[in-house]
Design a protein around this ligand. Structure first.
Ligand code: HEC
Ligand code: HEC
Length: 323
């Protein structure tokens, strides 16, 4: 009996040792690196592309990269949940040494934005979004904007402290979050006249509503968004800038808990101007998308009306203890 216990003890000891070594490895080797295979790309941007890239950035990059100085020079990510560590977003201005646009080629920018692999091979962690379904035209517009003479992207020598991702974040980047494949065929957006398809393109590829508005970031299916658990059913817990938890809302057509009873006009007002039908303002981290045209907002509405309804009463989540 004693001997058996001793053997069990030894085996447990060895297991604890292995887990400890694995943990030490993850802790000290940090976020993994990968090979970089940027495409051979030289974006020929015209003024229309620069304008579109600027509009897109205002909806999907600025919230993280735009500083108080009005430049895309990066800043501290105040609303990143503490369990992921302390993170600064990158300086992506044209500064040759300190800005990503200054250092990266067009191909390297495209490669990073699609796959999540930076120029130096490092993996950009999950809090830097990836754009695997963005059309080539829109992707090239973002690059044309980053290279343009717009004031936000002019060289800034801002240098941030090194980010300190937590053990948990490093662990996730080893086991759960991997670089995405670089597309092998051109990606073309559907025409805006095909409302449902175009609305889906906006909501899952271009302005990305689904990741926030589904159940949990950790179960987002980036490659096949509609396979994400709780797709558009809301309830994803997100801290605001003061650390209060705000749950994303249910945008499915469910009549009781979703937006099935809303009118298209009410939806567009909430989306573009942050005003709900009950006259309450939509709170951060939802930011009003005033840069969308009414026609675009209308396609998102058409798409959301076409997806399966999910019953999920988000208001009830606020009643749970510990909130
Ligand atoms: C939710 C926040 C967030 C959004 C939105 C976001 N980024 Fe980032 N981005 C980051 C963070 C954080 C990093 C730093 C990653 C790291 O340290 O590895 C980063 C890194 C980068 C880099 C790499 C910089 C380098 O030094 O290698 C580029 C380029 C970049 N982002 C461009 C963009 C563009 C273009 C958009 C919009 C299309 C965008 N980002 C949207 C958070 C964000
Ligand atoms: C960064 C995460 C995030 C993104 C991206 C996002 N939302 Fe939201 N959204 C939220 C949160 C959180 C709320 C809840 C705010 C509140 O309760 O005050 C919300 C609320 C809303 C509401 C109000 C619904 C209601 O029941 O009152 C609408 C409509 C909406 N979002 C539509 C969209 C659309 C369409 C997109 C894409 C263009 C989008 N959101 C992108 C986080 C996000």
């Amino acid at each position: 009996m004693k001997r058996a216990l001793k053997i069990v003890g030894i085996i447990l000891g060895i297991l604890v040792g292995i887990v400890g070594l694995a943990a030490a490895y993850i802790q000290f080797s940090g976020i993994p690196s990968y090979e970089v295979h940027p495409p051979d790309l030289k974006v020929q941007g015209d003024s229309a592309m620069v304008a579109e890239g600027k509009r897109l950035a205002s909806m999907v990059c600025n919230q993280c990269h735009l500083s108080e100085n009005g430049k895309l020079e990066g800043k501290y990510m105040q609303d990143l949940p503490e369990m992921f560590g302390k993170v600064w977003t990158a300086n992506i201005t044209q500064h040759e040494k300190y800005g990503a646009t200054g250092r990266y080629s067009d191909g390297e920018l495209a490669y990073l934005l699609r796959t999540g692999i930076k120029r130096d091979g490092g993996y950009a962690p999950p809090w830097m979004p990836k754009f695997p379904h963005l059309s080539d035209q829109d992707l090239h517009s973002v690059i044309a904007y980053l290279r343009s003479d717009a004031p936000e992207v002019q060289p800034s020598d801002k240098v941030h402290p090194a980010s300190q991702p937590s053990f948990f974040a490093k662990f996730l980047c080893r086991v759960a979050f991997k670089p995405l494949p670089y597309p092998t065929a051109p990606i073309i957006a559907p025409p805006i006249t095909d409302k449902v398809a175009y609305g889906k393109y906006l909501a899952t590829a271009k302005v990305d509503c689904y990741a926030c508005h589904s159940h949990d970031f950790e179960t987002t299916d980036i490659m096949v968004p509609e396979n994400t658990p709780g797709y558009f059913g809301g309830g994803n817990a997100m801290p605001d800038l003061d650390g209060n938890i705000i749950y994303t809302r249910n945008l499915t057509p469910d009549k009781e808990t979703g937006i099935g009873n809303w009118t298209e006009e009410q939806f567009i007002k909430a989306l573009k101007f942050g005003m709900r039908p009950n006259n309450q303002m939509v709170r951060y981290p939802m930011v009003p998308h005033g840069a969308l045209s009414d026609e675009e907002a209308s396609t998102i509405w058409a798409y959301l009306q076409s997806i399966p309804a999910i019953k999920n009463d988000v208001d009830k989540l606020y009643d749970k203890p510990n909130n």
